[in-house]
Design a protein around this ligand. Structure first.
Ligand code: SAH
Ligand code: SF4
Ligand code: F3S
Length: 488
């Protein structure tokens, strides 16, 4: 996924009621007003945030209003992440805190959505008495029925995974956004089975969404004034539409299916064709699946941003094999070379896991030398967290002591900071096209937005407004931000 400014599981957002109201009222028939209010918090990756927008749409269609005050809400939904143990711990703590609300407002319901709900299923109701509703990522359309069940004191659980559901028919309510950039889910699930990862179990089989519905959603965003869309999937490069249902390889399609199929490069072009004013981004790319066709499509369209999030996970071929990433060190380096050859100024970021089972100092060194080779613009760096039920948990011992994992992580973080600053310094003196997203969080006298390579650029506000493109001369930088001023 395209990373947010915080490590993924730290990102948390609340609903901007006013904005949702506007968006909602413009595009949906006025539902019967139940007078009830829902409050929603999201944890995890952008797909989860995107799912919360689908859930908000379903709730609004059933007469619920959004509120950003959990104290007065009739329904509190926590959209959860299960990717690492600390992500789950954060949710448990939050649920504990919310018990006070339940006490002070009898009848208020608490629902757990998302990946942790899928992982723990009805255990959530048994162990954590504080929860009334449990809904997995493919069952959101049943939420209104589940609310009814919970209201009559029944157990309300639906964690059925689906081979087909893509929510293509639901127009998401944009939550807490800036009105400039939005996410569009293009596929769900993951078939990759990286040995450390819980996602295939929490999100089910990979399936692609109808491209017409994706284009329609993007066009609708453009009509509403949005200027950037990010196409989301766990592995966008394996997107393949052939009429719906679980993923199939292109070679296994019938001739008729092949002829009418749409792959990721073609989808990118379809979305980029909507308007030259619309920026198109995507996330996440898997090194084994990103094709030259995608890279050439990026090159061919000025409005497809030159930025790729290409998680490496480890620089050691031995560890990559144990992780079941299905590429090795030299394959990954070859992909980096190809990207730089086709799109020389492409921004590249990554995810790194340190301290995976049996990782030796030599394996760790190979991660550091891989980082030196690529000099990532940005990276998300994690210590390995064993997830119950995953192949790694079953086959390997989580044998690297926490202290060693942390030391290795610190070394990786230090090196990454150096690289990011080095990369940012290369932009000083250059003029960058920036899409203004919002007022800077550090000063209301400054605006900020991203350049083509996804770097955050901060500059004096003057008369400029979010949603417009400006040319910014970069004058200085930190490891996280470019700083400059608008030039004509
Ligand atoms: N589909 C994306 C990743 C989604 S999860 C991809 O394949 O790249 C986001 C990141 O979380 C992963 O890239 C990985 O770096 C990290 N992650 C996943 N499982 C983890 C675990 N068990 N422990 C630590 N980090 C993990
Ligand atoms: Fe997890 Fe691998 Fe799928 Fe990414 S590609 S979601 S890391 S199994
Ligand atoms: Fe995303 Fe966390 Fe689920 S990273 S897919 S919300 S486990």
């Amino acid at each position: 996924m395209r990373p947010s400014a915080l490590p993924i599981e730290e990102a948390l957002h609340h609903i901007d009621e006013a904005k949702q109201g506007e968006v909602y009222m413009a595009e949906n028939p006025v539902p019967e007003d139940s007078g009830k209010r829902f409050y929603m918090e999201s944890y995890g990756c952008q797909m989860n945030f995107s799912d919360s927008e689908i859930v908000a749409s379903i709730l609004k269609d059933h007469g619920y209003h959004a509120t950003d005050d959990h104290q007065t809400a009739d329904l509190i939904f926590i959209n959860t992440c299960a990717i690492r143990d600390n992500a789950e711990q954060r949710v448990r703590n939050r649920l504990q805190n919310l018990q006070a609300v339940k006490k002070s407002k009898p009848g208020a319901l608490i629902g757990v959505l998302g990946c942790m709900a899928e992982r723990l299923k009805s255990k959530f109701l048994e162990e954590e008495k504080m929860v009334d509703i449990v809904v997995g990522p493919d069952a959101y359309k049943t939420i209104p029925a589940l609310i009814n069940e919970a209201e009559t004191g029944q157990k309300a659980v639906n964690v059925m995974l689906s081979l087909e559901e893509t929510y293509a028919d639901i127009n998401p309510v944009r939550l807490g956004g800036n009105g400039v950039t939005a996410f569009i889910s293009i596929m769900r699930g993951c078939d990759n089975m990286c040995s450390f990862c819980v996602v295939p179990y929490t999100r089910g089989r990979e399936r692609s969404r109808d491209p017409e519905s994706i284009v329609a959603e993007a066009r609708d965003l453009v009509d509403k004034g949005y200027k950037e869309v990010t196409l989301l999937g766990q592995n966008v490069d394996s997107y393949l539409w052939f009429g719906g249902g679980p993923k199939k390889a292109f070679k296994n399609l019938t001739v008729a299916e092949q002829e009418s199929s749409v792959n990721f490069a073609q989808l990118l072009a379809m979305v980029a064709d909507i308007s030259p004013e619309l920026r198109v981004r995507f996330s996440t790319s898997h090194p084994k699946d990103i094709t030259d066709e995608v890279l050439h499509t990026m090159k061919a369209f000025d409005n497809i941003c030159n930025y790729i999030h290409l998680p490496v996970q480890s620089g050691s071929s031995r560890i990559l094999e144990k992780m079941n990433r299905t590429y090795d060190r030299s394959w990954y380096k070859m992909k980096i070379d190809t990207i730089r050859q086709i799109i020389p100024d492409c921004g590249i970021s990554t995810d790194i896991i340190t301290g995976f089972c049996s990782e030796t100092p030599a394996d760790h060194k190979e991660t550091l030398t891989m980082m030196e080779y690529v000099k990532y613009d940005m990276a998300y760096m994690f210590v390995y967290s064993e997830r119950p039920g995953t192949p790694a948990a079953k086959k390997y011992t989580d044998d690297i002591p926490e202290t060693v994992k942390k030391e290795r992580l610190m070394e990786i973080v230090r090196l990454q900071n150096q690289h990011a600053e080095e990369r940012n310094r290369q932009d000083i003196g250059k003029v960058q096209k920036v899409l203004i997203e919002r007022v800077s969080s550090k000063s209301d006298q400054d605006l900020c937005g991203r350049n083509d390579q996804n770097k955050m650029v901060v500059f004096p506000r003057e008369q400029y407004q979010p949603g417009s493109y400006v040319n910014v001369l970069v004058e200085s930088c930190t490891s996280a931000t470019l700083i400059g001023k608008v030039v004509i």
